[in-house]
Design a protein around this ligand. Structure first.
Ligand code: PDD
Length: 287
């Protein structure tokens, strides 16, 4: 028994569909030993994956970035994600996909001829509720201590884990991480800043994970006639923003209304948030 985990749910492991409670991998798996693997999280609404193409393209980029070769084509991944959702019988859910470099004698260098470990599971997803949408979230600032390849969706997440725990210990919902005085991202989400009606985000680079919602919010801003600018954002600018928001597969888009114990702008979700949220809900409804 693992608290809050449905061990009877069906997962995919290396070609087989098995009960989560029966899915086993070797202690020598390099994902376990070195954090040598990548992952992605695809949200689905009413049983239909949302922006799956973007998620699978990022999965393939992450695999290529660390030179893991899997004999699954794009269409195989699509089928796998759809199959798992169907088997789960879930409506709103998250599909977690992980690939590690596989099982080998412990040695830092890449092993030769090792088959990657492929694991997928589906978990129920409860969309952010009225409290988060209407009252907003709280954040604190902290130094970004992570490595310099944050664009890879790596399972080596110790920096992100410590960042999230920093938020929990501070009694807030999330962190805003800063590297050399400039905003990077949250522990597991992208951060958005509004100043004088313009939507700002740190540029796509090795310093952030480009969320699938990054491109989506760019599109939604254009549709709503909101100017968007991707550029470095100083800590001072983030701290004096008119609005702050975060985005991720699990949080969708949510307003941040308190930062470092002070109200952000008016202390209430702002107009730009409201426009992007309306666009996001419309995109989901159109699935
Ligand atoms: N995290 N930045 C980081 C560090 C993330 O871990 C995530 C997502 C994002 C947002 O990406 P997207 O919009 O594609 O969800 C940004 C997922 C949800 C996770 O680790 O569970």
């Amino acid at each position: 028994m693992i608290p809050d985990v449905d061990c009877d749910s069906i997962v995919y492991l290396n070609g087989d569909y098995v009960r989560l409670g029966d899915a086993k991998i070797s202690v020598l798996d390099r994902g376990f030993i070195f954090g040598d693997g990548i992952y992605d999280v695809v949200p689905a609404y009413n049983g239909k994956p949302f922006r799956m193409d973007g998620h699978l393209a990022r999965l393939e980029r992450s695999l290529a970035a660390i030179d893991i070769k899997v004999d699954l084509k794009r269409s195989d991944w699509e089928q796998l994600v759809n199959d798992l959702i169907k088997r789960s019988g879930l409506g709103d859910c998250m599909v977690y996909v992980q690939v590690s470099r596989g099982v080998a004698k412990r040695d830092h260098a890449f092993p030769k001829d090792t088959k990657p470990t492929v694991f997928c599971m589906v978990t129920p997803f409860t969309r952010p509720g009225a409290a988060a949408r209407e009252q907003g979230l709280s954040t604190v600032g902290m130094t970004d201590i992570r490595w310099l390849r944050c664009e890879i969706k790596s399972v080596s997440l110790l920096g992100n884990v410590l960042a999230k725990q920093y938020a929990v210990d501070a009694g807030v919902d999330e962190v805003l991480q800063f590297r050399d005085g400039y905003l990077s991202e949250g522990s597991s989400c992208n951060i958005w800043v509004v100043k004088d009606g313009v939507l700002l985000a740190p540029p796509r680079s090795n310093l952030i994970l480009e969320g699938i919602r990054y491109g989506l919010l760019e599109e939604l801003a254009a549709e709503a006639g909101i100017a968007f600018n991707a550029r470095p954002i100083s800590q001072q600018e983030a701290e004096s923003a008119d609005e702050l928001m975060l985005s991720s597969a699990t949080k969708e888009i949510l307003p941040i209304t308190t930062h470092n114990g002070k109200p952000v702008g008016t202390g209430k979700p702002g107009k730009v948030y409201a426009a992007l949220r309306a666009g996001y809900d419309k995109a989901i409804a159109a699935l």
